[in-house]
Design a protein around this ligand. Structure first.
Ligand code: NAD
Length: 339
């Protein structure tokens, strides 16, 4: 007799354990998913933004996607951003990921996804840094916006064996930078400097990470980028159009990045073209575009739902009831059409 699939719920603790014990597979999955996306074996429609007219800094985004290749799963990440949560020490972002079986369309899992989202963002940033930074890398890491994505990105850089002379931290909220400095010292023994000026932070960074919640560009001083750093522009709306136009720009997916008033989108709107985009990360990985150390190199990832699916699929494959997954065999109790 035909039966509907089992539905599984995976809590955050199980998700974190799975990712922690499968870091190499996660990193490989990020790289292979980018390649699959470039080859056309994915479906990654536009993200859908739920915005609140009376609370403009808050939003919830839906990212539907389908991942082909070996994985063959569809799904959707539903991720909220409420920056005011920070005031009560609650994470800004919260999320779930639903995975669907691609053959029957049935949902087969619902899992905590703020960790999945941070993981795919940070692992892809580490992948981009490896392909875009001058080699051998020397110098200081500068972080602008010392929250959860910055912390996760540092974890992935350290997992990939990056070495930094020092780490500069800049955050509008000094308490955040101080907490981050303590964590960096306790976890990695790294020497940190908490900066009070953005320009100093940028000028001293060979690798710069932007992970703020800024709604519009403010990093516009060309002198701060004159040393041609590698920049991971994860928060997408920090860097001024003048800097974008004077840099080599690498996107995860060019079409997706030209939306929602990202710095790349603003540059496109003002110039009327995309000539300032050098290529995608896969173009860089495949040697199709050549990067120069005589301009800044900026990675702008819009964030692809297919990456969430790739990480979520590893979590589902590696989870079991012994690590906290809860299976609901009768979730689709009325799936059989006629008894
Ligand atoms: N591109 C992607 O795929 C992707 C994925 C996930 C998150 N993000 C983005 O990354 C950003 C950071 O996320 P998070 O979870 O770490 O947020 P978070 O709230 O944990 O931390 C953000 C930090 O930035 C600081 N900040 C805000 N504006 C600033 C400014 N102008 N200058 C300096 N510091 C500033 C805040 O005080 C806070 O400490 C968000 O904008 C989020 O949307 C991007």
């Amino acid at each position: 007799m035909v039966t509907a699939p089992v539905f599984n719920v995976i809590p955050g603790s199980a998700v974190s354990d799975c990712i922690e014990s499968n870091r190499s597979s996660v990193f490989e999955a990020i790289e292979s998913t980018y390649r699959l996306h470039a080859s056309g074996d994915t479906v990654n429609p536009d993200s859908y933004f739920l915005l609140y007219p009376d609370n403009p800094s808050a939003r919830i985004i839906a990212l539907p996607a389908h991942l082909g290749g070996r994985v063959q799963k569809s799904g959707i990440k539903w991720i909220s951003s409420f920056p005011q949560n920070r005031a009560s020490n609650l994470a800004r972002a919260s999320a779930v990921l639903i995975l669907n079986d691609a053959e029957t369309g049935y949902p087969i899992a619902c899992m905590e996804a703020s960790v999945i989202s941070a993981t795919r963002t940070a692992a892809s940033a580490a992948l981009a840094a490896e392909h875009m930074a001058a080699k051998p890398f020397e110098g200081t890491l500068s972080i602008v916006g010392t929250g959860i994505i910055a912390r996760t990105t540092v974890e992935w850089l350290m997992f990939r064996n990056w070495k930094f002379d020092e780490v500069n931290l800049f955050d509008l909220n000094r308490d955040e930078a101080e907490r981050f400095a303590k964590w960096l010292g306790d976890s990695y023994g790294l020497k940190t400097n908490i900066k009070t000026q953005l320009d100093d932070t940028l000028r001293e960074g060979s690798l710069i990470i932007f992970t703020t919640t800024a709604p519009a560009p403010y990093a516009c001083d060309e002198a701060s980028f004159a040393h041609n750093p590698t920049v991971l522009h994860l928060s997408l709306r920090d860097i001024g159009e003048n800097i974008v136009l004077g840099s080599q720009n690498i996107a995860d997916d060019v079409e997706h990045c030209m939306k929602a008033k990202t710095s790349l989108h603003l540059a496109e709107m003002s110039t009327g073209n995309r000539d300032f985009v050098t290529g995608t990360l896969v173009d860089v990985m495949d040697g199709k575009v050549e990067l120069s150390n005589s301009t800044p190199r900026i990675f702008s990832p819009f964030g692809l739902g297919v990456l969430d699916l790739a990480v979520g699929n590893i979590v589902l494959e590696q989870s079991s009831e012994s690590n906290g997954m809860v299976a609901f065999p009768d979730f689709f109790a009325h799936a059989v059409r006629w008894e």
